[in-house]
Structures are given as structure tokens and as C-alpha cells.
Design a protein around this ligand. Structure first.
Ligand code: IPM
Ligand code: MG
Length: 363
């Protein structure tokens, strides 16, 4: 079926504009080959929006985002030490825009795949005996609850400055993300590792209880529980043991960065943030990397793979998504590398060239 894809584009800050440009190039190529058309609406968020509107996300932008079928995003934020954005109160800084759009669009399910490509074994900091045979895991992070959305304030108590952050989950929030986790596991290797801190936190004890209830509907899936501190250790000790890692917002934030690093580079990892419908926001797992912005050296692959996830999850265009993923594999096999994944004997290329090569391999 030939489709018209209405895509909201948030290029964002730092390396965002460079990497999104390459992902759009690849999307246009795949659309051309398969007869689809991509309609892009540029949306401002983060620092780019602060510069124009004074706030990181306007209601108008939220409205436009809601009208799109899906959103492709780069990255937001700048250097906290030097950027004027960080002189603003916390609720007006770039990151607040990202948190707000996730909440407004109810993007509660964050999928962060971490795959060790055979070709990139050299970039992986782990010993070869640990990574032998590669690994392929999926972090399923709850994205609209927990600490990042709880009530917070800094007050003086008895003359002492005191900060409060609250971590709240209700059983419905846990149930819907758990279901997503089990659904994904059914399509993968059938294992869910639910990560919590149930030896300390009430929210984790409820998490564990609800996850166990949901598991009853998925007899084919093996469920195990793991404490988050142990999980952080297991990810570097034996990443192959994991299939789907199901966890709450902050644990998922931390573990997904760790998981990306053991694949060699955060520049390789895509992500999808989904709600109950087909709508999703797709962004690389990495940040805005202001230190390398504008230099033309950022790795666009994570964003290109996020575009592939968008085709798969929001548009059901599996063939087209496969075509992008295969083109990425081919480019790696042919020995092309951006600087973050460069190793001896390979050919180093910049952001734009990497996009050209991947688009060129789609036919
Ligand atoms: C991420 C980022 C964000 C998060 C920040 C920028 C708010 O670290 O997407 O992982 O913590 O969710
Ligand atoms: Mg993070």
C-alpha cells in the first residue's frame, strides 16, 4: 500500500539538526523506492524553542505534534556550564520540553534496543569472551511516571535547604507498561527481566506484584526479577542473558545508557516512545553532544535506525524498515565508520557521507 507519511520533525539542539537531516535523507530514499511520500512539519523544542519562544515547548507545537502520524526527533539540550538556557529556572530549560511532550502525548512506553553488531565488536569495551556471539536486548522503560514526574520542591526546613522528589506509580501505570514488555518478549526470545528495587522501595514492591499478575496472561514468557543494582552489574558481566528488560523511568534512563555503551557507542542506538495508539516519537538514545555539534562528525546511525523503528511501529512498513536496517548493516560491513566507532583499518567518514552511503544502499 502506498502511503503518505505525515511526520513531525524536531531537529532540536546540538548535533540534532545534523543527524536528523541524514535520517530524513534516508527516509526520502526509502519512500522514493517504495512509492510513499513523506510530508515533514518542522517543530521547535528544547533550546531551539527557547531561543524563539522563550519556553522549551509551546502549546501550539504540542497541537501540531498531535496532528502528525509520528515524530522524528534529534536531541535537545546544551552545555549546562556555558549555555544561557541553564540560567533559566528548571521548568523552562530544554529538558523540560522533552518531559512535557512525553507526558502530553502519553508516550509511556520507551523501547531502547541495544544490539552489538558483529562488525562493531572492536568498539565494545567488554572482553571478547563476554560478547562472543553478540547480544541483542531491549530495554522497555516506563516513560511518563515515577521520579521524573513526581512532585518536587526545594524548601527551607528548620533553616536547612531541603529538596524533595517523589516517586509514585499506580497499578494501572505499571500494568500497561508490563503488558507492552510481555508483548514485545513474545515477538523476541520470550524472556522478561523485570528490574526494580523491591528490597527497599514500596513503588518497586507494587511493580513486582503487578508484573507477576500480568505474567499470568503470558505463560510462554519466562519472567525473572532482578534488583537494579545487580542489573547494572549483570549488564557488563553477562549482557547475553537479557532479552527484554522491563523497568521504571529512572532505572531505565540509567540502564539504557549503560546498555548502549556496552554495544560500543551511544551513537548507534535508536529508540521509540509509544502511547496506546500507533503514534510514536522516535529519537536516538544519545544526547545532543554540544561538544561536537556543527563539526560534521556525529554518528547519524541511531537517528536513521530510529526512523526505521518509526516505519515499523507507526506505519507498519516492515519491508521499508528492514531495508534501512540492512543498509546500515551493509555500510558497517563495507568498513565505513564515524569517529565514535572508528577502528584500525576502517574508513572514517563524516555525518553527511554516512547518510549518503546508507541512502545509497537502499534500492
Ligand atoms: C533520555 C534523557 C532524558 C531522560 C533527559 C534529557 C530528560 O536522558 O532520554 O534518556 O532522562 O529521559
Ligand atoms: Mg537518559
Amino acid at each position: 500500500m502506498i502511503m503518505k507519511l505525515n511526520i513531525g520533525v524536531i531537529k532540536g539542539d546540538g548535533i540534532g539538526p545534523e543527524i536528523v537531516t541524514e535520517a530524513m535523507k534516508v527516509l526520502d530514499k526509502v519512500a522514493g523506492v517504495y512509492g510513499h511520500t513523506c510530508n515533514y512539519t518542522q517543530l521547535l523544542m528544547g533550546g531551539a524553542s527557547i531561543n524563539v519562544n522563550g519556553i522549551p515547548l509551546t502549546d501550539e507545537t504540542i497541537l501540531q505534534a498531535k496532528k502528525s502520524d509520528a515524530i522524528l526527533m534529534g536531541s535537545i539540550g546544551g552545555d549546562a556550564k556555558t549555555s544561557p538556557w541553564y540560567q533559566l529556572e528548571p521548568s523552562k530549560r530544554p529538558e523540560a520540553g522533552l518531559l512535557k511532550i512525553r507526558k502530553e502525548l502519553n508516550l509511556f512506553a520507551n523501547l531502547r534496543p541495544a544490539i552489538l553488531y558483529d562488525e562493531l565488536k572492536g568498539a565494545c569495551p567488554l572482553k571478547e569472551e563476554i560478547t562472543e556471539g553478540g547480544f541483542d536486548l531491549m530495554i522497555m522503560r516506563e516513560l511518563t511516571g515515577g521520579l521524573y514526574f513526581g512532585k518536587r520542591q526545594t524548601v527551607e526546613e528548620d533553616g536547612v535547604l531541603t529538596a524533595h522528589d517523589s516517586l509514585t506509580y499506580n497499578e494501572n501505570e505499571i500494568r500497561r507498561i508490563a503488558k507492552r514488555g510481555f508483548d514485545i518478549a513474545m515477538k523476541r526470545r520470550g524472556k522478561v527481566t523485570s528490574v526494580d528495587k523491591a528490597n527497599v522501595l514500596d513503588s518497586s514492591r507494587l511493580w513486582r506484584k503487578v508484573v507477576e499478575e500480568v505474567a499470568k496472561d503470558y505463560p510462554e514468557v519466562t519472567l525473572e526479577h532482578m534488583l537494579v543494582d545487580n542489573c547494572a552489574m549483570q549488564l557488563v558481566k553477562d549482557p547475553k542473558q537479557f532479552d527484554v528488560v522491563l523497568t521504571e523511568n529512572m532505572f531505565g534512563d540509567i540502564l539504557s545508557d549503560e546498555a548502549s555503551m556496552v554495544t560500543g557507542s551511544i551513537g548507534m542506538l535508536a529508540s521509540a516512545s509509544l502511547n496506546e495508539t500507533k503514534f510514536g516519537l522516535y529519537e536516538p538514545s544519545g544526547g545532543s553532544a554540544p561538544d561536537i555539534a556543527g563539526k560534521g562528525i556525529a554518528n547519524p546511525i541511531a537517528t536513521i535506525l530510529s526512523a526505521a523503528m518509526m516505519l515499523r511501529f507507526s506505519f507498519d512498513l516492515d519491508k521499508e524498515a528492514d531495508a534501512i536496517e540492512q543498509a546500515v548493516e551493509k555500510v558497517l560491513k563495507e568498513g565505513f565508520r564515524t569517529i565514535d566507532i572508528m577502528s584500525e583499518g576502517k574508513t572514517q567518514v563524516g555525518t553527511e557521507k554516512m547518510g549518503d552511503l546508507i541512502a545509497g544502499y537502499i534500492e
